[in-house]
Structure formats: structure tokens, C-alpha cells
Ligand binder design. Structure first.
Ligand code: MG
Length: 483
């Protein structure tokens, strides 16, 4: 047996096909966050943890942005990332690009779809084992007799794979040789679930939220750290929501560190302390975490302190950047980044300076994406509206720090020295608090004291781990569980 294997070489390569456009998500599909990492990183990690010897990742649409996000993989000796400039002509072009990049010594290739979030090292190991045991030219996972992906193709089928045209992929080759296909029986999700639609994504988010959630009932008593949204949870306008102060007392008594957590970048932590004190809620400045603080912490990872930045925004964002050591510039000359937060004194000149800086190559960073702000008079323009104006003038999309994007969660967890799986977010908005929490791998708690009721929750398609009428209801359930 060993002789046969040695004759053809024993090396197996994997080609990850991730060149497609997929613009139904409002952001780059390959980078959709899932349980704390981008979708494509999840697939890459699974393949790199498997026994395959070479991995080729084929990119096409948004290749340079995706490469930047995957910069951490540069040191992986088994990984080669290639661009397929012809990706728009269909999946077959990516098959060819992937095969061309594989070493000549590979005896078989595993074709992995970049949008299959459940692919695992164990599944790949089982497919390889099956191939080694049977010598079959095709091996695929199957559920109830129907085969799915990823499929392993023996080298003798490479010419047929190269000859595929259009958007067909390897499916036709499998059909042509159906009698040679060896199957490995698995769960349906492992071989059939991919992310093609926003509904697929929501389902995957629910499955991945706090890894292992499927096998374990979540318990409030597992929560070690809390992120607590303020607007709609602690207060509405200038009025405290009943039970808010008592809930913070409860957290302190039980030794649960928390951050009061807001996307609003206009106030400084000290200004929030003062605002809360006016409602008889007493916290320390370090217990308040704004998107301004998150932006400054995030900026520290990408642009060295001391650099010049141009800022649109109010005292919150300006002070946070100055405190982090950045020079807040007056105009566009020589700035490394443009940071945009909510600014109720926005002028044409500010938009102009920001536009000129970004057009000259400065990074474009938004503290938060909220398009509107619920003021007393009704919904008024929020920071998202300012970002949209600059995006229109520059053709550059901003990098967003605030909810529901990952950076604010990552830096808040750093600040608390907390791990995502034992941290919960309490919020009042499914589309920011709950979606963001799920993306970051946190437990999620929705309270219905803000703008959203049960009807809006159902319409959002998002399932928080817990829904409570208000903070006292949450506190009662928590106390009851602790006994
Ligand atoms: Mg809120």
C-alpha cells in the first residue's frame, strides 16, 4: 500500500476559493465577522489547522483590502495568497489560478469554499484519511447520501478541473465521475451551509455566538464582565431609567466589572460622569467607555502617537486623541488620519479639509456609524450622515470603530482584561448592541426600555441570548439563578 502512495507523492494541497464579489451584505462578504473573526479567517484557520501540506488562497474582489485584514497570516509558511484578476469570469478561473499555484508534488487537492463557516480541521482530516484508505479519485462529505463541499480531487483529475468553464467550479467533474466518489458521512451544516444571503449570515451568527453555545445552555451566572449601553438602558434623555442605579450596585456587590459603553463620541468620560451624577448614578471616569476612547485606542495600533490627525467632532473625540498623544491639526496638511465623530458644529470647511486629507492618502476613520440621533424634536443627522458626505466626496469608505463593528468590542475587552465568552453586552438596539455583541462572540442581553419593542426585535431577525423588560427584571433573574 505504502508503495502506491509514495509513487504519486503523499502531499495534499488545499485551494480556498474566495474571489467572489458578494455585495448583498453592505460590506465585504469575506470579512463578515463571525464569532470574533472574519469569515475567511475562520475558514483559513480551519484549513491551516488540518493536515494539508500546502494552502493556496485565491482572492479576486476586494483583494487588497482582504490582504490587509489577513496581514497576520504573512508568516504562515504553508500559505500562499494569489490574486485572480479574472475572477469576474467565474469560479472556473479561480480553480485554474489555485491549481497553477500548487506545488508539482501534490497528489490531491481539496477545494474549499471561502464562505463555508463550518469547515473544520477534523472534517478535513477525515476526508484525507478516506482518500488514503480507499485511493478514490474523489472524496466528499455527505449528509443522507447527498454530497457537499469541500471535495478532494486526485491529481489525475486536475486536467478536467482546468478545463471547467464559466461559474461551474468542480461540480461537473464530480458528476462525471460519480461512481468514483468516496463519501464521508457528516452533519448537514458541515457540508451544505455557506453564506450567500444576509439570512444565511444571521443563522451562522446565531450558531457561532460564544463558540460552543450549541452544546451548552448559557447561564447568567457565567457572566464575568459586562458592557452596558447607556442610552435607552441607563437613561433616556436626561432621565434615569428605573433600576439603573440599583443594577450597578448589584454588579459591584457581586464583583462583576463593567464598562458603560456608548457609540456617542461627543462627550468625554468626565462629562458622562457628571451627566450620570445629575441622575444620582455615581460612576468613575474609567467605568465609562466611549467610541472616542475606542477610536484613540484603535488608532494607537495603526498610526504612531505624535502623528497629525484631522478631527471632525466635539470635545469627546478631540480630548481622547490628544490624551493618546496625537497632534490635532487645523487643516489637511500632513495628516496621517482623518477621524470623524458626531459634530453639531459641522461646517463646509471641515468637510473640505477632511476630503483633501483623505484624497491625499490619509486614513479615514469613523467613531460610529449611527445615521441618526434621537433628539427631542425627532431624528436628526447622526455621525453616519457626516461620514456619508465625506464618502461621497472621496469615494473612500470609512473604517468604523463603533458598534456594531468589531474594534470597539476588541478594545473594550482589552480594557477590562476580559475574554469574549464570559462577557455580556446589555443593550437596547438589536442592530448595533446585539449584532455587534454576536459578531464579537459575546453573550447578549436585550432590554426593552429603549426604542425597540418585541415587534422590532422579531423584525430584526436577531436572537439575543436573553430579552428582559428592563434592568430590574434582568437583576431578578440573575439573583434567582445565583440562589
Ligand atoms: Mg442604546
Amino acid at each position: 500500500m505504502a508503495a502506491r502512495v509514495q509513487m504519486v507523492g503523499t502531499s495534499v494541497g488545499a485551494v480556498i476559493l474566495a474571489a467572489g464579489g458578494g455585495h448583498r451584505f453592505g460590506q465585504i462578504k469575506q470579512l463578515l465577522p463571525l464569532g470574533g473573526k472574519p469569515l475567511l479567517a475562520r475558514v483559513l484557520d480551519a484549513v491551516l489547522a488540518s493536515p494539508v501540506q500546502q494552502v493556496v488562497l485565491v482572492l479576486g474582489a476586494h483583494a487588497s483590502t482582504i490582504r490587509q485584514q489577513l496581514a497576520g497570516y504573512a508568516a504562515q509558511p504553508r500559505l500562499l495568497i494569489v490574486d485572480n484578476p479574472a475572477w469576474q469570469q467565474g469560479l472556473s478561473t479561480s480553480l485554474r489560478a489555485g491549481l497553477a499555484a500548487l506545488g508539482l508534488d501534490v497528489a490531491a487537492v481539496l477545494m474549499v469554499l471561502g464562505d463555508q463557516p463550518h469547515v473544520s480541521p477534523e472534517l478535513i482530516a477525515r476526508l484525507l484519511r478516506r482518500w488514503q484508505q480507499t485511493g478514490a479519485r474523489l472524496v466528499a462529505p455527505a449528509y443522507k447520501g447527498s454530497w457537499g463541499n469541500p471535495v478532494l480531487f486526485a491529481r489525475s483529475l486536475f486536467p478536467e478541473l482546468r478545463a471547467v468553464t464559466g461559474d461551474r467550479g468542480g461540480r461537473d467533474v464530480v458528476r462525471r465521475h460519480a461512481d468514483e466518489l468516496a463519501l464521508v458521512e457528516v452533519d448537514a451544516a458541515l457540508c451544505f451551509d455557506d453564506i450567500d444571503t444576509p439570512a444565511d449570515y444571521v443563522r451562522a451568527l446565531q450558531l457561532f455566538q460564544g463558540e460552543g453555545a450549541l452544546s451548552r445552555e448559557k447561564r447568567l451566572s457565567d457572566i464575568r464582565h459586562l458592557l452596558i449601553d447607556m442610552d435607552g438602558v441607563m437613561y433616556r434623555g436626561m432621565t434615569a431609567i428605573p433600576g439603573a442605579r440599583e443594577f450597578l450596585d448589584f454588579c459591584r456587590e457581586r464583583g462583576i466589572p463593567f464598562l458603560l459603553f456608548t457609540n456617542n463620541s461627543s462627550l468625554t468620560p468626565q462629562e458622562y460622569v457628571t451627566k450620570l451624577a445629575g441622575m444620582d448614578i455615581h460612576v468613575a471616569p474609567q467605568e465609562v467607555f466611549t467610541s472616542s476612547a475606542a477610536t484613540a485606542m484603535h488608532l494607537g495600533k495603526v498610526i504612531p502617537p505624535g502623528s497629525r490627525v484631522y478631527v471632525i467632532g466635539e470635545s469627546g473625540v478631540r480630548e481622547a486623541l490628544r490624551a493618546a498623544g496625537y497632534e490635532v491639526a487645523d487643516g489637511h496638511e500632513g495628516v496621517a488620519a482623518v477621524v470623524v465623530g458626531w459634530d453639531r458644529h459641522l461646517t463646509y470647511r471641515k468637510l473640505k479639509e477632511a476630503t483633501l486629507a483623505i484624497r491625499a492618502g490619509a486614513a479615514f476613520i469613523g467613531t460610529n456609524p449611527d445615521k441618526t440621533y434621537p433628539a427631542e424634536e425627532g431624528l436628526v443627522p447622526g455621525n453616519g450622515a457626516i461620514l456619508a458626505a465625506i464618502e461621497a466626496a472621496t469615494d473612500v469608505s470609512p473604517f468604523i470603530v463603533g458598534k456594531p463593528e468589531l474594534p470597539i468590542f476588541q478594545v473594550a475587552l482589552d480594557r477590562l482584561d476580559a475574554d469574549a465568552a464570559h462577557t455580556a453586552i446589555i443593550g437596547d438596539r438589536p442592530e448595533t448592541d446585539i449584532l455587534g455583541g454576536q459578531r464579537a462572540g459575546l453573550m447578549t442581553i436585550l432590554v426593552l426600555t429603549g426604542v425597540v419593542g418585541e415587534r422590532e426585535l422579531a423584525a430584526s431577525g436577531l436572537a439575543p441570548d436573553w430579552v428582559f423588560a428592563d434592568l430590574p427584571a434582568l437583576q431578578n433573574a440573575w439573583v434567582a439563578e445565583l440562589g
